[in-house]
Design a protein around this ligand. Structure first.
Ligand SMILES: CC(C)(COP(=O)(O)OP(=O)(O)OC[C@H]1O[C@@H](n2cnc3c(N)ncnc32)[C@H](O)[C@@H]1OP(=O)(O)O)[C@@H](O)C(=O)NCCC(=O)NCCS
Length: 244
């Protein structure tokens, strides 16, 4: 790993929640809503047990059925290890107690008190394999979005887009190259959403590796199948959006 890349990711990972928060607004009011939401950035391990439980309930309500039917499966223990990992950073949108309340002081009050979560993104600053034709290194710096979850009652208000925009902003601020994520192919509404936000299938996504096979990855596996057949059948895509 080139040392410059390592340094950029290490700097970003070491940034405190307070420092990261300075790049984000304090509140967000969707155009079509009278409710304002506080924006809080919290490292996974610093979440209170109440917030962890709220986040988990939202994640389970949104993702359990989809995950159970996928190659990823439903593994609460493993998933919670990932969510509360020391490198994970959450951006939370929580309704302020009083409707239409946009003041800074009130935002802080709301972010301290409320355990209700309307939407959240969980990300890490990381290195990821890179196969972009114009990028000479094998890896690049990314904001990897592990989760983007909006409560069913809060959808189509712009919260998903708002959260993606904050990840792009942080990625630019810390000189990451892309925002990346993994999305199940059956999750067609999320795929449509990401497409709207300018994401495209990344060259390292299994479907793209399969396309470039057999020259790139077409070796035979032990069971006699070609690797690229496996990759073509993979039930997820890796999406990315370049930020610089
Ligand atoms: C996918 C998800 C994050 C989108 O969040 P959202 O807050 O509802 O989306 P936004 O309101 O910001 O949508 C912005 C734009 O994206 C597009 N979009 C959003 N949802 C869409 C959908 N279901 N189908 C097609 N386009 C969609 C629209 O163009 C929308 O703008 P519009 O409402 O003015 O037409 C949300 O539906 C969700 O949490 N789903 C369940 C969890 C999930 O699948 N997460 C992703 C895992 S990879």
């Amino acid at each position: 790993m080139p040392s410059k890349q390592r340094t950029l990711v290490e700097i970003a990972c070491k940034a405190s929640a307070d420092t990261l928060s300075t790049h984000l607004p304090l509140t967000y009011t969707p155009l079509l809503s009278t409710t304002s939401y506080s924006i809080t950035l919290v490292p996974g391990p610093s979440l209170s047990s109440t917030l962890k439980s709220t986040i988990w309930k939202l994640y389970e309500a949104n993702m359990r059925t989809l995950s159970e039917g996928s190659s990823m499966g439903w593994g609460p223990k493993e998933k919670q290890r990932e969510l509360w990992h020391s490198d994970s950073r959450f951006v939370l949108l929580r309704p302020l107690r009083q409707q239409g309340d946009k003041g800074k002081g009130k935002a802080r009050e709301g972010s301290r008190g409320g355990a209700e979560v309307a939407a959240f993104a969980m990300f890490r600053f990381d290195w990821e394999e890179c196969m972009d034709p114009d990028w000479e290194a094998d890896n690049c710096e990314v904001v990897y979005c592990y989760e983007l979850q909006v409560a069913p009652s809060a959808r189509r208000l712009g919260m998903g887009k708002f959260l993606v925009d904050q990840l792009i902003l942080l990625a630019r601020e810390y000189r990451m190259r892309k925002v990346m994520l993994t999305c199940l192919k059956v999750n067609t509404s999320a795929l449509a959403f990401y497409k709207c936000q300018g994401f495209a299938i990344d060259p390292i996504s299994p479907s793209q590796l399969a396309r470039s096979a057999p020259s790139a990855a077409g070796g035979e596996t032990l069971d006699g199948e070609t690797e690229w057949e496996d990759e073509a059948e993979c039930d997820y895509e890796i999406l990315s959006k370049r930020v610089m």
